[in-house]
Ligand binder design. Structure first.
Ligand code: HAM
Length: 424
């Protein structure tokens, strides 16, 4: 049996990297004062149809949708924003005096995409959503947080690309201009784009098949259709970024794959050599209107999400080794039945005192136990044989120096505690 295509097992050796990254991201969220939310892994299909948008590739082609035994249509979440907004409305978080509501989440997402490096059918997103503020400063905060997720881990080859999709009025004007522009070329576009042209012409700009069509280059730019309010909003976001010293490039063709965006939209790319074909590390933007779309009160929102898989790929591409300590505090090398039994209870005491310890469970010879201790990078080997047992002592060997100390059994816990505090 094999795991389904586009999924992966994370084994020891790799899970430590995930834990390290996850801890860093949680720590960072705390600094920006975002609190964790956990929502279900499946939701009513309608949530994504309405939230992500009926015309998106995600909803049309990529959802894992099934009917449960109660004849309900459910979908494994393809992204986190719709669920977070649903939870915000359902749990009336908008009623809390602390606004905006700043949330972060971690968890597996599911999309039926063609798997390749960096594109999985199950992948883990970390994301944040700030609901309840239309201050450009919060856009800048989310962008800064997104960049910091990579910078704090030491990544350098990053490119922040931003755009403004404007408010409803700007978008409608741009939409009409796009339809007029592409309509004469409709027959030359792919079948998806022919449908997109009616449903959501902005998505035509993002088409991989038609990207080299000459009409793409001359397509009307959203930036020329922003009304004064939208222009000013975008300017303020950029000013905040400038003040914080965060570099960015504006790309009028940056179109996100989800329907809910307006005003600020952004992606972070890796430009590290050897990063593979998919260079987008994360993406996000503002989604004023989504809360109302999901039956909540008028509430502006902005957020972003990254996948941990692509973050780890970027670390690898830049040759960054995470400082993961894979060592073990103590390893028991015991000889004989009695000593082995005593080791079990001593280990229990050591573990209760917060010390990490393991022993051989395969009846290995003494020498092989030492080899195992070496392999496991044990800092101390505690030697216990019948002879030591009779004298009420153990021999503690510090692996780094080879130095051996005789310790009374009833002093073992405090001895190891002192050693670990002192020398390590
Ligand atoms: P998205 O651009 O669809 O946006 O996904 C965000 C990130 O998830 C991508 O930049 C990428 O790192 C990762 N990702 C997406 N699909 C895959 C995949 N198949 N395999 C591996 N990684 C993947 C959203 O999901 C929005 N909810 C982001 C957002 C939050 N906007 C506002 N708030």
């Amino acid at each position: 049996m094999k795991a389904p295509r586009g999924t992966q097992d994370l084994l020891p050796g790799t899970t430590e990297k995930w834990q390290y990254v996850e801890e860093k991201l949680v720590e960072l969220s705390r600094k920006y004062h975002y609190k964790e939310i956990r929502t279900p892994i499946f939701e009513h299909t309608e949530l994504f149809q309405r939230g992500v948008g009926d015309s998106t590739d995600i909803v049309q082609k990529e959802m894992y949708t099934f009917t449960d035994r109660g004849d309900r249509s459910l979908t494994l979440r393809p992204e986190g924003t719709a669920s977070v907004v649903r939870a915000f409305v359902q749990n009336k978080l908008f009623g809390s005096p602390n606004q905006p509501t700043k949330l972060f989440y971690f968890g597996p997402m599911f999309r039926y995409e063609r798997p390749q490096q960096g594109r999985m059918r199950q992948f883990v997103q970390f994301g944040v959503e700030a609901l309840g503020s239309a201050d450009p400063a919060i856009d800048a905060e989310v962008l800064a947080l997104a960049m910091s997720c990579y910078q704090e881990l030491g990544l350098k080859s990053l490119k922040l690309v931003i755009n403004s999709l404007g408010d409803m009025e700007s978008r409608t004007n741009h939409r009409n201009a796009l339809i007029n522009h592409f309509e004469p070329h409709k027959e030359e576009l792919c079948s998806d784009c022919q449908t997109r042209l009616q449903q959501n012409p902005l998505r035509v700009l993002d088409c991989k098949k038609d990207r080299n069509h000459p009409a793409m280059e001359t397509a009307p730019s959203i930036l020329d259709y922003l009304n004064d309010e939208s222009k000013q909003y975008f300017e303020q976001v950029k000013q905040h970024l400038d003040h914080m010293g965060i570099d960015y490039v504006v790309d009028a063709n940056l179109v996100r794959g989800l329907d809910y965006y307006n005003h600020t939209a952004f992606e972070i790319m890796s430009d590290a050599d050897g990063f593979g074909a998919i260079t987008t590390l994360s993406g996000g933007g503002r989604y004023n209107g989504l809360v109302e779309e999901l039956d909540g009160p008028e509430t502006p929102g902005i957020g972003f999400a990254l996948s941990v898989e692509r973050l780890l790929m970027a670390l690898e591409a830049e040759g960054i080794e995470l400082p993961i300590d894979d060592s073990l505090d103590c390893y028991f090398a015991s000889l004989g039945e009695r000593a082995s039994q005593e080791a079990v209870s001593l280990m229990f005491q050591l573990r209760q005192a917060g010390i990490q310890v393991d022993k051989d469970y395969q009846g290995k010879k003494f020498k092989a136990q030492f080899k195992a201790a070496d392999r496991l990078q044990a800092k101390y080997v505690i030697v216990l044989g019948d002879e030591e047992l009779d004298q009420g002592i153990v021999n503690v060997k510090k692996m780094e120096t080879g130095e051996q100390t005789e310790v009374a059994i009833d002093q073992l816990v405090s001895h190891i505690q002192n050693e670990l505090q002192g020398g390590n």
